[in-house]
Write a protein that binds this ligand. Structure first.
Ligand SMILES: CC(C)(COP(=O)(O)OP(=O)(O)OC[C@H]1O[C@@H](n2cnc3c(N)ncnc32)[C@H](O)[C@@H]1OP(=O)(O)O)[C@@H](O)C(=O)NCCC(=O)NCCS
Length: 151
């Protein structure tokens, strides 16, 4: 990392170097700037949304659940890259699956993905819906649907 460069900018530039497209919060319907910071690092790799470094503006109020729901409702697939802080515990609780990829310092990373789309998300995607329902935080992403007891 060059002197004076923020970690956020370095991660963002690393994503672009890897061939991914950086997504600015607020520039797409599924990544709300009211929930996520300008400095958060999210990128697109085909239909996968790489959540590289994110911090909710109001932690613990459902922003992450809503984000996962909105990504899947838009027909995209979320992947959390090298989770830190409380995130690994959340993903483990939700039953997400970890894969380690890469062999070098530059390309090695942990990737966490949902075990499968939830029934509610699958139905919404199939029906072409992209709006986020009021109860999205209660319906999105997590283990309840994966375990068949979401509603
Ligand atoms: C980690 C983070 C992005 C999660 O987003 P969030 O909007 O707070 O998460 P939600 O409110 O949607 O909650 C999702 C789940 O995580 C759980 N959770 C959220 N914060 C938690 C905490 N501090 N401790 C334990 N569980 C927590 C919620 O209870 C919920 O679980 P449930 O599925 O059983 O209901 C957010 O807490 C955050 O920004 N934390 C600080 C920065 C950070 O650690 N970023 C991760 C970098 S990879």
């Amino acid at each position: 990392m060059k002197p004076g460069m923020t970690a956020s900018r370095w991660l963002r530039e690393s994503e672009v170097m890897k061939g991914h497209r950086w997504v600015r919060p607020g520039s797409v319907p599924w990544l709300s700037s009211s929930d996520w910071h300008e400095t958060d690092v999210v990128s697109l790799d085909g239909d996968e949304v790489r959540l590289v470094a994110i911090a909710a503006k109001r932690p613990g109020t459902g922003a992450f659940r809503k984000l996962i729901w909105a990504i899947e409702a838009a027909g995209l697939k979320p992947v959390v890259v090298c989770p830190m802080g409380i995130m690994p515990a959340i993903l483990k609780k939700w039953g997400w699956v970890e894969t380690k990829v890469g062999t070098t310092y530059e390309d090695r990373e942990e990737q966490w993905r949902p075990p499968r789309q939830t029934e509610a998300q699958g139905e919404a995607t199939a029906a072409g819906q992209s709006t986020i329902p009021d109860d999205a935080p209660a319906r999105a992403g997590g283990p309840p649907a994966a375990q068949g007891s979401m509603e």
